[in-house]
Design a protein around this ligand. Structure first.
Ligand SMILES: CC(C)(COP(=O)(O)OP(=O)(O)OC[C@H]1O[C@@H](n2cnc3c(N)ncnc32)[C@H](O)[C@@H]1OP(=O)(O)O)[C@@H](O)C(=O)NCCC(=O)NCCS
Length: 169
């Protein structure tokens, strides 16, 4: 399994992976709309040269207090072709993202999803760091991971995803 940055020639395969994983086009369209935005990351997982997984990260804003210019990203979406799920590919994509974002100087990453799944990568309830999600979601489903200790010291408020996310139901 190879994990690498998305290349221009991957776009169609990335769309296919997202549509197949989510069973609808919304996430694929979201990725198409966000691609090219500053400080976004897009990684693909390849199995025998076929793209079988994809993860995307984009900047979020903290509406509240967060002194300094701290880059915080939202991890979404992450998708693995149904026939390749539960083989560790999603985990590889997420761990690779965390490593690359850390190298790039990202301070923290937020995610909205299953606490059982994301806690295995070190994500903890965002509430513990004084952050809440702008969407009405179960509190425990909104999580954060600081890539440096105390990276979010002094920050609190509502996390806002880019406007493109508003079209996602
Ligand atoms: C979520 C997803 C990316 C995980 O990819 P994956 O390659 O199957 O994940 P891994 O093999 O690394 O991990 C599988 C484990 O995660 C758990 N898991 C996966 N998705 C989960 C979910 N939504 N809720 C709870 N647990 C989940 C599985 O139970 C499995 O646990 P186990 O190994 O103890 O049985 C993949 O299932 C997928 O594409 N789902 C559809 C799209 C989606 O919901 N994306 C996430 C929201 S953005």
């Amino acid at each position: 399994m190879e994990i690498r940055n998305e290349k221009p020639e991957d776009l169609e395969a990335v769309r296919r992976v997202n549509v197949a994983a989510f069973g609808r086009a919304s996430e694929a369209i979201l990725v198409d709309r966000l691609r090219g935005t500053d400080a976004t990351f897009s990684f693909v997982a390849l199995h025998t040269e076929q793209i079988v997984g994809h993860v995307f990260l984009s900047p979020v804003a903290i509406d509240g207090n967060c002194p300094g210019d701290r880059l915080v990203l939202g991890l979404a979406p992450v998708a693995v072709l149904p026939e390749y799920q539960r083989q560790g590919i999603g985990s590889l994509l997420i761990r690779h993202s965390l490593k690359e974002c850390d190298r790039f100087g990202v301070k923290a990453i937020v995610v909205l999803g299953s606490p059982e799944y994301y806690s295995r990568f070190g994500f903890a309830p965002a509430k513990e760091k004084g952050l809440k999600c702008e969407y009405s979601v179960p509190e425990e489903a909104f999580m954060v991971l600081e890539l440096e200790s105390d990276a979010l010291e002094g920050c609190n408020g509502t996390v806002k995803y880019r406007l493109e996310f508003d079209d996602l139901e």
